[in-house]
Design a protein around this ligand. Sequence first.
Ligand code: UT7
Length: 326
Amino acid sequence: MIKTKITSTGSYLPEKRLTNIDIEKIIDTSDAWITERTGIKERRIANESETTSELAYCAAKRALEKKNINSCELDLIIVATVSGDMPFPATACILQDKLGAKKAAAFDISAACCGFLYGMSIADSFIKTGLYKKILLVGVEVLSKFIDWNDRSTCILFGDGAGAAILEPTNSDSGIISTHLYSDGSLWDLIHIPGGGALHPTSKYTLENKLHYIKMRGNETYKVAVKILESLVIDTLKANNLNPSDLSLLIPHQANLRIILSTAKRLGIGLEKILINIDKYGNTSAASIPIALDEAIDSGRIKKGDYVLLEAIGAGLTWASALIRW
Ligand code: UT7
């Protein structure tokens, strides 16, 4: 049976670092509060020329170069983002142009922090049907452009970055075992940007009322996240007759260190089996999982035969997981 294998990964983080100490100078907060409540010490911020498509391009180029893949070989480009260059066209099309990937179809998906996992599920399905053989999947965000730097409940959390993966068919034992996608649209207003769409088109009113910025009910989201993530991991493992102890590595979406630690504790998974980099990058939404995956591979934390589980929850609300045999 054909499986889908991640054959290469790449990531790109803007050089500019914004530390908690820097944020202390902008608003009423402290390094101690941010560290204790979120685990974040610093995040990366894109400069003027580092657009979403540009970050995606840098990450994609690294993934392609690692395995010497020519962009003309790509059949499909999927970009997961909620902070695209513009409402349309898709950032995936702008990325296609930058890469010169003339043969590829290209589209974006909007599933916030779960975007990369939703994209992985879509790519996996395309590959299993035999329709496509080489898919570029990118998770990318430049959320710093959608943040109210006077809102201390959100501006401390988010960072910019991009992660990319190449997915191809394989007949071997390794590859994506299963993907699991969920959403609860009744919670759409926990995290959202109200303005700039057809509901509240950009106007003097939307600008004056800051409707073009991220609004989040953080504490409510936190409570839902802790509850859902535990059952998400258990259900994913159960569907494949596995236990938490079978996992070699858990790669969680990096939203809040306390959420990661609480999920780990409830599942009885030791910290040595969890990839944590939120201290360096903050919450990069759709980019968080592919950046962490690239880091795990580059640092030798994933070996052949390992069971690796990826999980995320975010705006929508959406939540998703993927179990991979490496
Ligand atoms: O990736 C998508 C999914 N997103 C998430 O999973 C986000 C989940 N939520 C969170 O990570 C946390 O809820 C936050 C880090 C956003 C906030 O932490 P919290 O422990 O839930 O704080 P809170 O919102 O309940 O606020 C507690 C207090 C409040 O003060 P009072 O009312 O108790 O006096 C806030 O005003 O902390 C205050 N506060 C701050 N103080 C210093 C909120 N933000 C800050 C801040 N610095 N930056």
